[in-house]
Design a protein. Structure first.
Length: 291
C-alpha cells in the first residue's frame, strides 16, 4: 500500500541579528585594492549553487525518510539505507535488508510536485535498486581501502554521512559530518571523492581543513555569521550550501551566511530565500555591517 506526503517550503524568517560566529583564522576585515576574481565567477557560483542544492536534496530526503521509516517499520534489524535518482525528476530513499535482498521501506520524492510516495510492504528489490546498492557498496569499499584520512568527529555527536551524486562524466561521493546536538551547525570535516565512469578513484579533497561547528545561542536570534576559507579553498563550497540549508535554514530559520575568501580578499554570502550567492569586497561588507 502506498501513502502520499506533501512538502511545503518554509518562507517565514525570524527577525535577524548580526552575529559572526566562527573564524578559522584571525584576519583584518579590510580588502585589497582589487578583487582578482575569475572572469567566469558567475558560472562558477551557479555551479556551486546547483551542486549544493542537489546534495541538500539527497540529505534532506535521507532525513525525512528515516523519520518515516522509524515511525512505520517495527522490525529495523539489519536494515540499511541508500538514496539514489530513480528517474529524471525523482529521488528515492530505499531501506533494505541485504541478508535476504528485501526492500523494507521505500520513499520516493517527486522533485517537481514536492510530494512523496511511501511503500511499507516488504518486496523483492528491483534491478535499479540493486544497482544503487551495489554502487554504494563498491565506492564505500574503495574509499575504505584508500589512503583518504576518514574519521567521524566525536565533538559532533553524530554520524559521518555518505551520499553519491552522478555528475557529468563522473561520480562524486561526499562524506558529510552530521550532528545530534541542538543549536550546532556542523560545518567542516567534509570530504569529496571523484570517480570516473569505470569507478576508478580520480581524486579527493577536504572541503574544509578541520571541523568548524557554528554553535548557536538559543537566547539570541542570529542572522549573519561566517567562517573563513584558506587560499587553497577560495570559494564557498557546495557542502557549505548543503549544511546551511539543512541546519541553519531548515532547523533554525536562518536566511544568510557568509564565507570569507582569503584567496580573493572578498566575502561570498549565500541567501537561502533568494537562492543566490553575492560577492563583496571585505571593505564594503565590513562597512555595510558596522552601521
Amino acid at each position: 500500500m502506498q501513502e502520499k506526503l506533501s512538502f511545503q517550503k518554509a518562507t517565514t524568517m525570524r527577525k535577524l541579528l548580526l552575529l559572526p560566529i566562527i573564524l578559522l583564522t584571525t584576519i583584518q576585515l579590510q580588502a585589497q585594492d582589487n578583487l582578482p576574481l575569475p572572469e567566469n565567477i558567475d558560472a562558477a557560483l551557479d555551479s556551486i549553487l546547483q551542486e549544493g542544492y542537489t546534495l541538500y536534496l539527497y540529505e534532506k530526503i535521507a532525513w525525512v525518510s528515516t523519520d518515516e521509516f522509524i515511525e512505520r517499520i517495527e522490525n529495523k534489524s539489519g536494515v540499511r539505507q541508500v538514496v539514489f535518482p530513480s528517474s529524471e525528476n525523482e529521488l528515492s530513499a530505499l531501506f533494505f535488508r541485504e541478508s535476504d535482498s528485501t526492500a523494507v521501506f521505500s520513499f520516493k520524492m517527486d522533485l517537481e510536485a514536492r510530494a512523496a510516495t511511501m511503500e511499507a510492504e516488504p518486496r523483492p528489490l528491483t534491478d535499479l535498486e540493486k544497482g544503487a546498492i551495489q554502487l554504494k557498496t563498491i565506492l564505500r569499499e574503495k574509499i575504505e581501502d584508500s589512503d583518504i584520512p576518514i574519521s567521524n568527529n566525536p565533538d559532533a555527536a553524530g554520524d559521518l554521512n555518505l551520499e553519491i551524486l552522478p555528475l557529468d562524466g563522473l561520480i562524486r561521493l561526499y562524506l558529510l559530518q552530521g550532528t545530534t546536538l541542538n543549536g550546532l551547525i556542523p560545518f567542516g570535516n567534509d570530504i569529496t571523492v571523484d570517480f570516473d565512469e569505470d569507478l576508478n578513484l580520480i581524486t579527493w579533497r577536504r572541503e574544509h581543513n578541520t571541523f568548524i561547528p557554528a554553535q548557536l545561542n538559543p537566547d539570541e536570534e542570529i542572522g549573519v555569521f561566517f567562517h573563513t576559507h584558506v587560499p587553497d579553498k577560495p570559494f564557498i563550497s557546495p557542502t557549505d550550501i548543503c549544511t546551511f540549508l539543512l541546519y541553519g535554514h531548515d532547523l533554525y530559520g536562518m536566511n544568510t551566511f557568509s564565507v570569507i575568501s582569503t584567496a580573493y580578499d572578498c566575502i561570498f554570502t549565500f541567501n537561502a530565500e533568494e537562492f543566490t550567492i553575492s560577492v563583496q569586497s571585505l571593505e564594503d561588507w565590513s562597512a555595510s555591517h558596522s552601521q
